[in-house]
Design a protein around this ligand. Structure first.
Ligand code: EAX
Length: 325
């Protein structure tokens, strides 16, 4: 009897583990809203991947943090309850080298980003993430980030003095904003609308498509175009989860993700233009920041990166050398 019970238990366990790595579905989740660029990109990827995989495997896609914010999604990747997730600024909390993308005014344009992706992200940063158990599949666009707030137009860092600015849960983004004189308040994106509406924070910084996707302009008066950071968003799996996928599913994901990259850069470029027009018409007060004043005030952030992250200075130098003319 005891033996039989033990055998049954063993059988149940093995069935359980087969079920949790079932090859018949891929769970994919993001934190952003459906009409943000990351939401549109993730939907595009889901549609193409589903078409490519056919009926055998169902791609189950969840947006708007339904399965958790990005921090929780990283945990779920590790646990194996989520197979793929789009992870943005908080990637530097997993592997500090990713804070390269938190060096203000480093990425010049999308061509520059593409070169950084090929030469640095996929060669070096992906290896750094891998050591922490995460597998970077592809780099998509979250976007060039801009500052909004309810107090005044931001022209120079002095205008940020005393303002409570929500940042993602990234120590580097908070360092950037405190270096500029603001009072940074990290929180999950899903909590942001209410925090702005109730005045818990005065402002925030995000790409236009995230601002528009979450209707933040309804609770913000001023938009200051700063392009202070280009945030990529990484299509990410856990190393364990990825290695369990059949080779043909891995290559389908990789190839569809690479096609989606070009789609996301092109879409990001067009949204940056159209959304600015939308927001002007909606009555948001828009200005351009004094870029030189911000660059001058950003030196301590670069210095800290070189000091705290092993090989940090080299990463910055290599990324800058890829800027072209
Ligand atoms: O889904 O937390 C943030 O501000 C990031 O831009 C995130 O990607 C939003």
């Amino acid at each position: 009897m005891l033996k039989k019970l033990a055998t049954t238990t063993a059988l149940l366990f093995s069935l359980g583990s087969i079920a949790s790595h079932a090859a018949d579905k891929i769970v994919f989740a993001i934190g952003g809203t459906p009409n943000s660029l990351q939401g549109q990109t993730a939907q595009e990827f889901t549609n193409k991947l589903q078409a490519r995989l056919g009926d055998k495997i169902k791609v189950e896609y969840y947006d708007s943090g339904q399965l958790g914010d990005e921090r929780q999604l990283i945990q779920k990747l590790r646990l194996g309850t989520v197979d793929l997730a789009a992870i943005s600024s908080i990637m530097s909390s997993v592997a500090p080298e990713f804070a390269l993308f938190d060096m203000p005014f480093l990425v010049k344009d999308r061509q520059h980003l593409k070169r950084i992706d090929d030469e640095i992200v996929m060669k070096d940063l992906a290896a750094d993430a891998s050591k922490k158990g995460l597998h970077i599949v592809s780099t998509w666009e979250n976007g060039f980030r801009q500052i909004t707030n309810n107090s005044r137009p931001i022209n120079t860092p002095a205008d940020l003095q005393g303002l409570k600015i929500r940042t993602p849960q990234s120590e580097w983004r908070t360092l950037m904003f405190s270096t500029w004189g603001a009072n940074p308040t990290p929180m999950a994106f899903s909590e942001l609308f209410v925090a702005l509406q109730t005045g818990v924070v005065d402002g925030q910084e995000n790409p236009l498509s995230n601002i528009n996707g979450a209707k933040l302009q309804e609770v913000q008066k001023y938009l200051s175009i700063s392009n202070h950071v280009y945030s990529p968003i990484w299509l990410t799996a856990s190393e364990n989860g990825w290695n369990k996928l059949p080779a043909e599913v891995q290559s389908a994901i990789r190839e569809v993700a690479a096609e989606t990259q070009s789609w996301s850069f092109a879409k990001g470029e067009s949204l940056d233009k159209s959304l600015l027009d939308n927001m002007t018409q909606a009555g948001t007060q828009i200005n351009q920041v004094d870029r030189q004043a911000f660059i001058a005030a950003s030196k301590p952030v670069y210095a800290k990166f070189a000091e705290k992250v092993e090989g940090g200075q080299q990463l910055v130098d290599r990324a800058m050398a890829l800027a072209g003319e």
